[in-house]
Design a protein around this ligand. Structure first.
Ligand code: GLA
Length: 387
């Protein structure tokens, strides 16, 4: 993106206040494996992608926020201390949510003029919302000289989504958008909040993302329903296994098998997905470290089947994309990625087969669904930063 051109546009839109200004970036992400495990205190293994949101900001001497969304050609104005949910302009809520959390923390902040643009596909399970939250938080805290450790900033962005936007998401998306690193995947222990950067730099394989173009309809209510079902399993096991447990992280496959008959079928299946998925993430870590792409691919496919059959968050189009992918030459693994119910699949494809893979998937998916998928090839990218 042409940053100079954006700044020219910025000063055509807003008067130069002469105060502190800067350009910031935060990427979207693709999750390699570990789906719906974050809010169960489990493990996830995402990577940041080479698609991002860029935000320009300049402090104002009053409490106003003037925000211009370049891609919507839309400008809104609000005031710190008088922020309220805007049901017509969803994008504004991610930004207001950040301001709101900063104020709740008692941080002294001034208003800003801001403008943003991006190329993270929306509603596709690639975390465009987390990227917007993280870039807004980085811009606002840096210009106001509020120091945050990267983890603190990610947690603040998650709180903005939980409290202001009203989606009870876990920590994965904001963490990876802030902490991602070029040529690395990020293993997050969502209980301890600790993380480990794992080198993911195999020239012979590429991560290819296929967008089903099915927008995740009604995702929030279905997402929250899955959380509730996981909580029901926790409530059951909390009374059973002689110790207090607070998440499915504390239950293993043996315990689940022992009490299977006492759980409803749905709750049993939801729990089985989470418990087996956590194991798969830890196995994937080992596979990545030992550069075993065959194993990583097997685990990705097993994850998809579990999300389809046990957690029930896939859909016909995602299943089709996985099936078509697995029939192609050089594909080690494929799975839906993100919350599900639409969005994207992530595929591990041998470099020499990538071009053929892309043309075959486009042709076959379109033939069966009438939809032309979008395909993105991405290396693991750096997390949020000031440019
Ligand atoms: C969404 C949420 C994440 C995570 C995934 C599913 O992306 O924001 O916290 O729960 O769904 O793995």
């Amino acid at each position: 993106m042409d940053i100079q051109m954006l700044w020219r546009k910025f000063y055509e839109t807003f008067k130069n206040t002469g105060l502190e200004s800067g350009t910031f970036l935060a990427p979207g992400r693709v999750n390699l494996i570990g789906e719906h495990t974050d809010y169960n205190d489990g493990f996830v293994l995402p990577m940041a992608i080479e698609k991002e949101i860029i935000m320009l900001g300049q402090l104002r001497s009053d409490e106003k926020i003037k925000a211009y969304a370049w891609d919507y050609k839309q400008q809104l104005e609000f005031k710190l201390g008088e922020l309220s949910f805007d049901k017509d302009n969803m994008w504004a809520n991610y930004i207001m949510g950040i301001m709101d959390e900063l104020m709740k923390m008692g941080k002294k902040i001034q208003g800003v003029n801001l403008m943003f643009t991006g190329n993270v596909p929306q509603g596709a399970g690639l975390s465009s919302s987390a990227a917007l939250e993280v870039v807004a938080a980085l811009m606002m805290s840096t210009l106001n000289q509020v120091d945050f450790e990267p983890i603190e900033l990610a947690l603040l962005a998650q709180r903005a989504e939980n409290n202001f936007v009203g989606v009870q998401c876990g920590i994965m998306d904001q963490y990876i958008s802030r902490l991602g690193k070029k040529n690395h995947a990020l293993l997050i222990d969502c209980r301890t909040k600790k993380y480990e950067l794992i080198p993911f730099e195999n020239d012979n394989y590429k991560v290819v993302i296929c967008n089903s173009k099915v927008k995740r309809g009604l995702v929030d209510s279905k997402y929250n329903k899955r959380r509730e079902e996981c909580n029901q399993a926790v409530a059951y096991f909390n009374n059973k296994i002689g110790k207090k447990i607070s998440a499915l992280r504390d239950v293993n496959q043996e315990m689940l098998a022992e009490y299977k008959d006492n759980l409803t079928e749905n709750v049993y299946k939801r729990a089985r997905h989470i418990i087996t998925e956590n194991d798969r993430v830890l196995e994937s870590r080992k596979a990545l470290i030992s550069n075993n792409m065959d194993r990583l691919g097997e685990l990705m496919l097993a994850s998809h089947l579990s999300l389809r059959d046990d957690f029930a968050v896939s859909c016909a189009e995602l299943d089709l994309l996985v099936e078509l992918a697995m029939a192609e030459e050089g594909v080690k693994g494929a799975r839906m990625t993100g919350a599900g119910f639409g969005g994207c699949t992530v595929n591990l494809v041998r470099q020499v087969d990538v071009d053929n893979f892309i043309s075959q998937i486009c042709e076959n998916y379109q033939k069966k669904t009438g939809i032309k998928p979008d395909i993105y090839v991405s290396n693991p990218a750096d997390g949020a930063r000031k440019l």
